[in-house]
Design a protein around this ligand. Structure first.
Ligand code: PGA
Length: 250
């Protein structure tokens, strides 16, 4: 019922020339059309993504944005800039933005609301640190993030949000959460949505797992009941790996 969604998060990788080459390779892949696929590139690569991915069925998006439409916000990009070039997604609240750029839930919530108001699909990231996991506080942490980040998101809009559960200790470390742990946390996130929006809507929201997803573990992760997709960093930077990830069903 929920369409699987596999999205690459390129992070701060790929100059325009490198992006152009990788996107050319992605353009020529034979990807499963039953799976929604996308890449979130650095802002400077977005126009190249638009050109290269036209008519391929692969979507593109940004890794961040500011919530205002325009104005004196040096260094930022706006939702209207993204919609103008046909971007579909915007990753919001990634743990790297929270940690290195001090983004808090209040700011992330404003960005989520603004993305939805502009017809963008927010990929809202949440997840606990290793310290929190070791103290068995992962549910408390994720619950507080989700509740704060989705504050004032309407019932009409909630099904447009993609949530990515990304335990910080699994990002870029080669350590994946076990598929059972990942499934349990994604199920827990669904129960938070259910409490607020009811069962029908909670069944429609897609929840991704992210953190060292690779071609060799994607099948097991995607086989889990509550995992509807993956947000993939490192392994999305190679076209052949991206192909294996999107084609996990084949
Ligand atoms: P990773 O990154 O796949 O390289 O662990 C995932 C992410 O941060 O979205």
């Amino acid at each position: 019922m929920r369409k699987p969604v596999i999205v690459g998060n390129w992070k701060m990788n790929k100059t325009v020339s490198e992006a152009s080459q990788l996107l050319e390779e992605i353009k020529n892949l034979d990807l499963d059309s039953e799976v929604e696929a996308g890449v979130c590139t650095p802002a400077i690569d977005l126009l190249v993504a638009k050109e290269k991915l036209e008519d391929t069925g692969v979507n593109f998006g940004a890794q961040n944005m500011y919530f205002e439409e325009s104005g004196a916000f040096t260094g930022e990009i706006s939702p209207t800039m993204l919609t103008d070039i046909g971007a579909k997604y915007v990753i919001l609240g990634h743990s790297e933005r929270r940690e290195y750029f001090k983004e808090d839930d209040e700011l992330i919530n404003k960005k989520v609301i603004s993305a939805l108001d502009h017809g963008l699909t927010p990929i809202l990231c949440c997840g606990e640190s290793l310290e929190e996991r070791e103290a068995d506080k992962q549910e408390d942490k994720v619950k507080s993030q989700i509740e704060a980040d989705l504050k004032d998101v309407s019932s009409e809009d909630i099904e447009k949000v993609i949530i990515a559960y990304e335990p910080i200790w699994a990002i870029g470390t080669g350590k994946t959460a076990s598929s059972d742990d990942a499934d349990k946390m994604c199920g827990f996130i669904r129960s938070i949505i259910e409490d607020k929006y009811g069962t029908d809507l909670s069944e429609k929201v897609r929840i991704q797992y992210g953190g060292s997803v690779k071609p060799n573990n994607v099948v097991e992760l995607m086989g889990k009941e509550n995992i509807d997709g993956a947000l993939v960093g490192g392994a999305s930077l190679k076209a052949s790996d991206f192909e294996s990830l999107v084609n996990f069903n084949k």
